[in-house]
Design a protein around this ligand. Structure first.
Ligand SMILES: [Ca+2]
Length: 372
């Protein structure tokens, strides 16, 4: 029996372009997904085909009951309830350190606490398991977290409160009076937004945050920032898109010297490339026809992108620049390069796939204690 690992091909073959907009939830989800990996063990289920099809079977209710009772420490009128601490720290195993951030734990738990009374009932626990089985689990979970008063809609205040709880935004000081926010919530910021609007907001928010960060560092308002500022922005608001290789080469790829300037089109293309890495892989794979050792020249790669209008020549240019930093002089891109530039994100996607496969199942040791 091996701990569940989503096969690499699964993550690669699944189109995840939209997930880049969810970097905001990345840390939280990575946390949940990561801990789940440690808890969930795969014995009978073909997770690769499940993940690809997107249909996930519900867990056995008796099993859920056993898990719930084990972790629920509160009792209200004779009914067992889980606290935020029970759910996030004891059950999911997140934030085990004694000096954990209580607000973060409360926020994460509120994804399951639909009545927002601070306690998770068995019915809420079962309902949360159902959410995790749905194809849009990540957005649904995020919506529950943002919807602070269980009104099925989100106010600007609710949105701002959670966003401000994330480190990069605090550092970059996102403008909640910007036209972007007013387009979604109205000029007086009184409009409430419902689930589908929220999904679009969360997706677009991340783009906007990147634009605002650039504008903040473009002090002379001439469309340029320094390489050092570029590095700083990428490491804070865009860090979820960076593999360790890209992290280590941010200065080099943006001109090579600390005084070098980065233009807005370059910045946009760089982020576009990183968020489209799945698509880049698809382009490569259509050319490779199974030969993952194939070395593609820039001309061949550009030619192959003709049918993908989303990919710009500037993005391809930067892709080959990154490849040149990995193996100077060869002027080709390999599949290994694409993985090198996308490694962390792939793991993140795998976590999401794992998260949707969670099903609140426990480890074999625990299972054998509860089921015959
Ligand atoms: Ca509740």
């Amino acid at each position: 029996m091996a701990a569940l690992e989503t096969p690499r091909e699964t993550a690669t073959s699944t189109s995840m372009n939209n997930w880049s907009g969810l970097g905001l939830m990345g840390a939280a989800m990575r946390g949940i997904g990561g801990s789940v990996v440690r808890r969930v063990h795969c014995e009978h289920v073909d997770y690769s085909s499940q993940a690809t099809r997107g249909s996930i079977q519900r867990a056995n209710p008796d099993l859920l009951r056993s898990i719930f009772e084990q972790y629920a420490s509160e009792e209200e009128r004779g009914v067992k309830m889980m606290t935020s601490d029970d759910f996030i720290r004891k059950y999911l195993g997140l934030y085990p350190e004694p000096n954990y951030n209580r607000e973060t734990v409360r926020l994460l738990a509120s994804a399951a606490d639909t009545t927002k009374d601070g306690l998770i009932s068995f019915e809420e626990f079962v309902a949360f398991e159902a959410i995790l089985c749905s194809p849009d689990a990540l957005y649904l979970t995020a919506f529950e977290m943002f919807d602070n008063n269980a009104s099925e809609s989100i106010t600007c205040d609710e949105f701002e409160k959670i966003i401000r709880h994330t480190q990069p935004v605090m550092e970059m000081d996102f403008d909640f009076n910007s036209d972007f926010i007013k387009r979604y919530f109205g000029a007086d910021k009184k409009r409430q937004i419902r689930y589908h609007d929220f999904c679009q907001l969360l997706h677009d928010f991340y783009e906007e945050q990147g634009v605002q960060a650039f504008q903040r560092y473009d002090k002379e308002k001439n469309g340029y920032i320094s390489s050092v500022d570029f590095q700083h922005i990428m490491m804070t608001v865009k860090s979820h898109l960076l593999s360790s290789f890209v992290k280590n080469n941010l200065i080099a790829v943006s001109g090579g010297t600390a005084s070098h300037k980065v233009s807005f089109p370059y910045y946009a293309a760089f982020n576009g490339l990183l968020s489209k890495m799945e698509l880049m892989k698809r382009v490569y794979l259509t050319q490779a026809r199974g030969n993952l050792q194939l070395e593609l020249s820039k001309e061949d790669f550009l030619h192959a992108t003709q049918s993908y209008a989303q990919i710009t020549p500037y993005e391809v240019e930067i892709l080959f620049h990154l490849a040149d930093l990995a193996h100077p002089g060869s002027k080709v891109v390999t599949f290994r390069d694409l993985e090198r530039f996308d490694a962390e994100r792939l793991k993140r996607i795998s976590y999401i796939m794992r998260l949707t496969n969670l099903k609140a199942v426990q480890s074999k040791e625990e299972r054998s204690a509860f089921t015959a």
